[in-house]
Structures are given as C-alpha cells and as structure tokens.
Design a protein around this ligand. Structure first.
Ligand code: SF4
Length: 196
C-alpha cells in the first residue's frame, strides 16, 4: 500500500473530530500523486459526502471546466480539501475541525511535493496561510517556507456569481503558465512573501 493510500485509509476510518458523527463518507484527496499542483478546497459538500470523492458536484464541474479550457485533465492533478468530512448543512468548518484535520493535508503535501499549491477560496486561504479576503488576493503567487502557493476563488463562488467564472478560468490559466515557467527553470514573480 502506498503512503497516499495509507492516508486515504486513515481518512476513511477517522474519528478524530465530531464531523465523523454526521458524515456519510469521509472524502480523501484524489488524483495524480505525481502532480505539479495540489488543489485545496474547504470541505466536502453534499455530493462529495454521498460519493466519497472531492469536487464531484456543481463546484467540481466548474473546476473541471476551467482545467479543460486550457487542456488539463482532472486526472492529471491532485485535488483535496482542508477538512475531509462534510460539515452539517455545509457550514464553514470550525477552527478545531480544521486544525484536527489539517494533518492529513500536510501529509499529502509532504508526499506529493507539488511545485505549487492552489488554494481555492477563503477558508482554505485562512486555514493554510492565515489569510482573508481571497477576492483581493486571488491571482497572486505566494511563497511561505520555500513552498509556492497560488490563490483563487472557490469554484462554488462561480455558481452564485457568474462573473467569477471568467475570473476562475483566468486564474487557472495563470496558474498553469506559472507551473510551465517553474518546469522550465525560469524565475516566477512572487507577489507575496509570508514568514512563518
Ligand atoms: S474531518 Fe478530518 S479529522 Fe474530522 S473526522 Fe473527518 S477526517 Fe477525521
């Protein structure tokens, strides 16, 4: 069993926080373990809870469309969430749930060693970098502890605000342009430096 499969198994069986009591299925990360990028959202929603897979609902379709626009398949990237079980009624996961679950995300990152981590939305931004106001900072490249991050809106936000579809698609295109530069060994512009 690979290291990622072990984490997946741990997530499936996890009872470390109260969200295990209300979930149908926990939702481990999924995708290419050799991916250059990990996409990280907030938490599973209704469809993800039902299926046990990340980003399979309407928001997931928006993310898939943004990737397809630039010729990237979902299978070629790795997609996960900060919190692996659905909070009741899709409420924002609380700080205890986030800090308890984030250990799994940290393990996923340590195994995959992505060139860049794409943070989707405010909750992931806050959980991973302590940030807020993603709409203000989206489209930017951040470096913290020698790890690069890219910030964009959560795909679910494009369902309620159609104008954000263009924003998400543009950001994803910029993300993959940045990845291409990194792969070619070129210097990329870091917009924000975080210190831990
Ligand atoms: S949310 Fe995370 S820590 Fe809580 S039960 Fe699910 S997998 Fe475990």
């Amino acid at each position: 069993m690979s290291k990622l499969e072990k984490i997946k198994q741990q997530v499936v069986e996890c009872t470390k926080c109260d969200l295990c009591k209300t979930r149908t299925n926990s939702v481990p990360g999924k995708g290419n373990f050799k991916s250059d990028v990990i996409f990280v959202g907030e938490a599973p929603g209704r469809n993800e809870d039902k299926n046990g897979e990340p980003f399979v609902g309407a928001a997931g379709k928006r993310l898939s469309s943004a990737l397809e626009e630039i010729g990237v398949t979902r299978d070629s990237v790795y997609i996960t969430n900060v919190v692996k079980c659905r909070p009741p009624n899709n409420r924002v996961p609380n700080t205890t749930e986030r800090s308890t679950c984030v250990d799994y995300l940290n393990q996923e990152i340590a195994i995959i060693e992505p060139e860049i981590i794409c943070i989707l939305g405010n909750t992931a931004f806050n959980s991973i970098l302590g940030g807020s106001e993603i709409t203000k900072y989206r489209g930017k490249v951040v470096r913290k502890d020698n790890q690069l991050y890219f910030l964009t809106v959560h795909p679910a936000a494009t369902i309620y605000n159609q104008e954000l579809i263009k924003v998400l698609n543009g950001d994803i295109a910029k993300l993959f342009y940045t990845i291409a530069q990194l792969k070619e060994g070129k210097k990329v512009t870091v917009d924000i430096e975080y210190s831990s």
